[in-house]
Design a protein around this ligand. Structure first.
Ligand code: PLP
Length: 400
């Protein structure tokens, strides 16, 4: 492999670009994780994280794990083997969380889906209303299904659970939505929120998070699942003083302190608007190329990742290889049953209009090189939209 000059476009939907500020913050020797300097670092981080999860009543724990570890922590703490739970097939990450639930001994009812639509809150209400004995212990939803680019409406799922007067816990995967898409742990009555470091939080992979409601903590006190490393009780007993029961990922925590600062400087609402803008611009490009989105419900279009189908006589993985070879851009692969059928453009994390313009230009040229029939106006459709948003936001000059 020869040196490829210039910027490598990492357009997979996570890990995302790690900004220079975060890279510099991480570039530190590890410190004593039982010393006073460390406690100062972490107590501020827990407070900052709570603002990102939008919880003031809940607790947040941090694991040295990827998002899958945080999935496992959620199950092992809140539930017991044999518990019935309701899960929804929105794509490959839902499939994997379901597989984990079964491996850990849950009795998981997996509501079939076509990988093109979000979770149906009306179904949730009907299914829970039928469950008069309250045998279902948790509703487990993937907020933003990274494989299909489909976002489910967590507030509506909360309303469905309430309308059925059902006590099930609500557990939500926000691995590809936290810090990029509007999310409200307390307001939406979520009991366990699962997240990871390598997407909206703009860090390298390696940290997993759970935000935990009081109801989930009470459930954990009675849960019969075996757990050790992931025990919330062990974490929380030491986190209160700024410490961890095990050796924490010290350098990533320095990075997390910086990324939380950056999110606050930009303002979470602005971060969300930026992600919506880039997703809309990307969809305009896809429309002008004449390609088809995987998501069929416009209300469920993901603000962080767009999943695009290739014509049936083309292989999306071969197309991705062409894009990488000629334009130094990594596009997301089709996962699970979508392998070879779709490619994904991640537009999340530390990302701006011109980075998106470059990424879309790379995709458009790669479509041409690879011989996938497409309209030539994709990039300009995206640019016209980005420009119109910038114009609308521009203040009239003072002399006008
Ligand atoms: N859930 C979602 C929605 C994801 O996108 C991912 C990974 O991309 C995971 C869970 C698993 O996280 P990890 O790969 O960090 O273990």
């Amino acid at each position: 492999m020869t040196y490829q000059p210039g910027w490598h476009f990492v357009q997979v939907p996570g890990p995302t670009n790690v900004p220079q500020r975060v890279l510099r913050a991480i570039d530190m020797p590890p410190i004593d994780h039982r010393g006073p300097e460390f406690a100062k670092l972490t107590l501020g981080i827990f407070e900052g994280l709570k603002r990102v999860f939008k919880t003031s009543e809940g607790e947040v724990v941090i694991y040295a794990s990827s998002g899958s570890g945080a999935w496992e922590a959620a199950i092992e703490n809140a539930l017991s083997p044999g518990d019935k739970v309701l899960m929804f097939e929105t794509g490959q990450f839902a499939v994997l969380w379901h597989q984990m639930a079964e491996r850990l001994g849950l009795d998981a009812e997996f509501v079939p889906g076509d990988w093109r639509h979000p979770i149906d809150p009306a179904f949730v209400e009907a299914r829970l209303s039928e469950d008069r004995d309250h045998t279902i212990k948790a509703v487990m939803a993937v907020h933003n299904e990274t494989s299909t680019g489909i976002m489910s409406d967590i507030a509506a799922i909360r309303r469905a659970i309430d309308a059925a007067h059902h006590p099930a816990l609500l557990m939500v995967d926000t691995v590809s939505s936290l810090a990029s898409i509007d999310y409200r742990h307390d307001e939406w009555g979520v009991d366990v929120t699962v997240a990871g470091s390598q997407k909206g939080l703009m860090l390298p992979p390696g940290l997993g998070f759970n935000a935990i409601s009081k109801k989930a903590l009470a459930a954990a006190a009675k849960s019969g699942c075996r757990r050790s490393y992931f025990s919330w009780a062990d974490q929380l007993s030491q986190n209160r003083d700024g410490f961890f029961p095990q050796t924490p990922a010290t350098t990533l925590l320095y990075g997390l302190r910086e990324s939380l600062k950056m999110l606050e400087e930009e303002g979470l609402e602005n971060v969300f608007a930026r992600h919506r803008r880039h997703a809309e611009a990307t969809r305009r490009a896809v429309g002008a190329w004449g390609l088809e989105l995987q998501c069929l419900d416009p209300a469920a279009y993901s603000p962080t990742v767009t999943t695009i189908r290739v014509p049936a006589d083309h292989d999306a993985d071969a197309f991705r290889a062409t894009a990488l070879e000629h334009f130094n851009i990594s596009l997301g692969a089709g996962l699970g049953k979508l392998k070879g059928r779709v490619f994904r453009i991640g537009h999340l994390g530390d990302f701006n209009d011109l980075m998106l313009a470059g990424a879309l230009a790379g995709v458009q040229m790669a479509l041409g090189v690879h011989g996938i029939p497409h309209g030539e106006d994709g990039v300009s459709a995206a640019l016209t939209y980005l420009e119109s948003v910038a114009k609308a936001a521009a203040q009239p000059p003072a002399y006008a």
